[in-house]
Design a protein around this ligand. Structure first.
Ligand SMILES: Nc1nc2c(ncn2[C@@H]2O[C@H](COP(=O)(O)OP(=O)(O)OP(=O)(O)O)[C@@H](O)[C@H]2O)c(=O)[nH]1
Ligand SMILES: [Mg+2]
Length: 297
């Protein structure tokens, strides 16, 4: 039996809904989602296998002009993903509809052109439109650019039009043996996802810029008693003064963060968890190549 397989990269500006989309496609919460832009920092693979085909979706960080080393690594992740892909899904947030020209002349579009990879445009968040027909003139305008093989209006959040999208993706897979075992949905381990779940909670729990100065480092991830996991993690921050904000009055804030993160990790790994959080200061870690390397960037 001939099988098909291929990589599909999900790219776009921060907050466009890329991680929500990969979760919708996989039918499970794999990639963290927050209302804050620049949530995703590393590429996350999500694999769907059927009898005859295997699609490896890659959720990438939002494309930005990098200002410090962490962001450079994020942009490199996007470019690497585009270089190795069979098809690109580029998301456009419908709330940006007044800036279509800007989008079409963006650096990300330039990269896609240079790499000569087939791309679909996904106009996301159509649930936000008062009238769904309002998307038609946008489709017409995007079509004129001749940049996209197909254009889909979708709602990643409401899972609208995802089935049609998946059917069209099939056409871009090539004859190939499966690239991964059929029973795995991602390549990262539970330790990575635990750190992401804690980071998601930090992004949700602290205001404004603070989450951008944070990173999570898992120190221990082990089965302490049969079926019960002990996880110890550092919340890394940049300045001593951020410590008391993270911890909160009498430690209440960090306790609440740990409580919800623990529940979410338990749901993800399907085991009871004991989670301990510590706060560590690493001055300017976002611009320090060796610290970034130790954090997997
Ligand atoms: N209304 C609506 N909101 C959406 C939709 N898709 C995503 N969102 C919301 O948009 C915000 C950002 O979603 P993410 O999936 O984290 O976006 P992202 O593109 O992965 O963002 P980065 O990782 O920061 O690049 C979240 O609050 C989502 O709930 C959608 O179809 N409709
Ligand atoms: Mg994301």
């Amino acid at each position: 039996m001939t099988t098909k397989a291929g990589y599909v990269s999900i790219v776009g500006k921060p907050n466009a809904g890329k991680s929500t989309l990969i979760n919708a496609i996989l039918g499970t919460k794999l990639s963290i989602v927050t209302p804050k832009p620049q949530t995703t920092r590393k590429n996350i693979l999500g694999i769907i296998s059927s009898e005859t085909s295997q699609v490896i979706f890659v959720d990438t960080p939002g494309f930005i002009k990098p200002r410090y080393e962490l962001q450079k690594s994020m942009v490199n992740n996007i470019i690497e993903s585009i270089q190795g892909t069979d098809l690109i899904l580029i998301l456009f947030d419908v709330s940006d509809r007044d800036n279509i020209d800007f989008f079409l002349s963006s650096e990300l579009i330039e990269i896609i052109k240079v790499q000569k990879k087939p791309a679909f445009l996904l106009i996301n968040k159509i649930d936000l439109l008062k009238n769904v027909k309002d998307v038609l003139p946008l489709i017409a305008e995007f079509s004129k650019s001749n940049l996209f093989k197909e254009i889909f209006p979708i709602s990643a959040l409401k899972k609208a039009n995802i089935e049609d999208l998946l059917k069209s993706i099939e056409k871009y897979l090539t004859d190939s043996p499966f690239l991964f075992e059929t029973d795995i949905i991602s390549t990262q381990n539970d330790r990575f996802f635990a750190s992401e779940i804690i980071r998601e909670r930090v992004f949700m729990s602290y205001g404004d810029e603070l989450p951008y100065s944070t990173e999570i480092l898992i120190n221990e991830f082990k089965e302490r008693e049969k079926g019960k996991w002990y996880i110890s993690a550092d919340i890394i921050i940049e300045r001593e003064s951020q410590k008391k904000i993270i911890i909160g009055t009498k430690g209440e804030k960090i306790k609440a963060v740990g409580e919800i993160a623990r529940q979410n990790i338990e749901q993800f790994i399907q085991h009871p968890v004991y989670l301990e959080l510590f706060v560590k200061v690493r001055p300017k870690w976002r611009d320090n190549k060796s610290v970034l390397k130790s954090l997997g960037y």
